[in-house]
Ligand binder design. Structure first.
Ligand SMILES: [Zn+2]
Length: 326
């Protein structure tokens, strides 16, 4: 059943209310958070044709600005451009280079990519992908996870198992996470490859360098994509400092932005924000939208991108902002 608000959106759209909503949201920068853009019919992320359609809407109807320029204006208390939209990408998958970058270039849209440096350096791959991979490859059917006090029937409940296990991993100290995942691999009878399999492949540094030279901004998304609040202090500092240093050495440019892995409110706290500042960053991005996204530069609010074009329109034309203000 449609919610009352969805019905209101549909009516608003047919009556030209979108223009009113857009006007009301003119001073609310919409910072969009994307992850993966796929060229295949099935798989993780948003299909490249849908992404192109979304970018064409932005190029036509909005003022797409770089995150850096928007933050600089906010920092200097200068007026922000109206109808501002910012495009950001997390993680550093190669599909950004293959599928998203050509579209952004053809429409001359700025974007910032937050890379997980250990992933791009091929030293690790993203742990939620490891769990997904193990569950897909395993030949066993009944998986008992004592930590969850739950048995999953994998022929039926792979997605459920993935969500349960990944959610559990978000809650435990990071030092426990890797041993847990390694034990899971043994239990599932799967050998984890050292490098990411093709479907989870990262950008490489040549691609990052080429994009940086073409105007794509690059920020840090840590070294290994841990939940930052689950790290011991020394590891927290390593994740912040080493990722920044690696990108700076590779690109010969200062890195000013950090993007929280996972980035929900429970993954952010003042201690971590203080350490981000201490490591020399100038801002940090969260993974949830806020009414005043630039009010806290250590938790800049973002809208998760949506593959559904009407959901996308609700975000960019300001309907979602109305809900944030309620
Ligand atoms: Zn991420």
């Amino acid at each position: 059943m449609k919610s009352v608000k969805n019905v209101a959106y549909t009516i608003g759209k047919t009556l030209g209310g979108v223009k009113v909503l857009k006007y009301l949201a003119r001073n609310h920068p919409r910072i969009l958070m994307y992850h993966r853009i796929r060229a295949t019919a099935e798989g993780d992320g948003i299909h490249v044709d849908v992404f192109r359609q979304q970018m064409e809407v932005l190029a036509r109807d909005f003022n797409v600005v770089s995150l850096e320029s928007l933050l600089q204006l906010a920092h200097n208390n200068q007026p922000l451009p109206q109808h501002a939209v910012v495009i950001t990408f997390d993680d550093g998958y190669e599909d950004f280079y293959l599928n998203a970058f050509p579209i952004l270039q053809s429409l001359a849209l700025p974007a910032t990519v937050f890379v997980t440096t250990g992933f791009v350096s091929d030293e690790t791959w993203l742990w939620p992908d490891k769990i997904k991979y193990m569950l897909a490859e395993s030949q066993i059917d009944n998986l008992l996870v004592p930590e969850l006090n739950q048995t999953f029937t994998l022929s039926r409940d792979k997605l459920l198992a993935w969500h349960g296990i990944a959610d559990y991993c978000l809650t435990i100290p990071n030092k426990q996470k890797n041993p847990f995942i390694n034990e899971l691999a043994i239990k599932l009878g799967v050998t984890l490859p050292v490098s990411a399999p093709d479907m989870y492949k990262p950008l490489n540094w040549d691609e990052v360098k080429a994009m940086s030279a073409s105007g794509i901004d690059i920020g840090s998304h840590s070294v290994t994509h841990p939940v930052m609040t689950k790290l011991e202090l020394a590891d927290l500092r390593d994740e912040l400092e080493n990722s920044k240093l690696t990108i700076e050495q590779m690109l010969n440019k200062p890195v000013t932005g950090f993007c929280f892995p996972n980035g929900l409110s429970e993954d952010i706290n003042e201690e971590v924000q203080g350490e981000i500042n201490r490591a020399g960053y100038q801002y940090a991005l969260a993974a949830f939208p806020t009414l005043n996204p630039l009010a806290d530069r250590w938790a800049v609010g973002r809208y998760p991108a949506n593959p559904d074009i009407s959901e996308f329109e609700k975000i960019v034309y300001g309907f979602r902002m109305q809900r944030l203000s309620n």
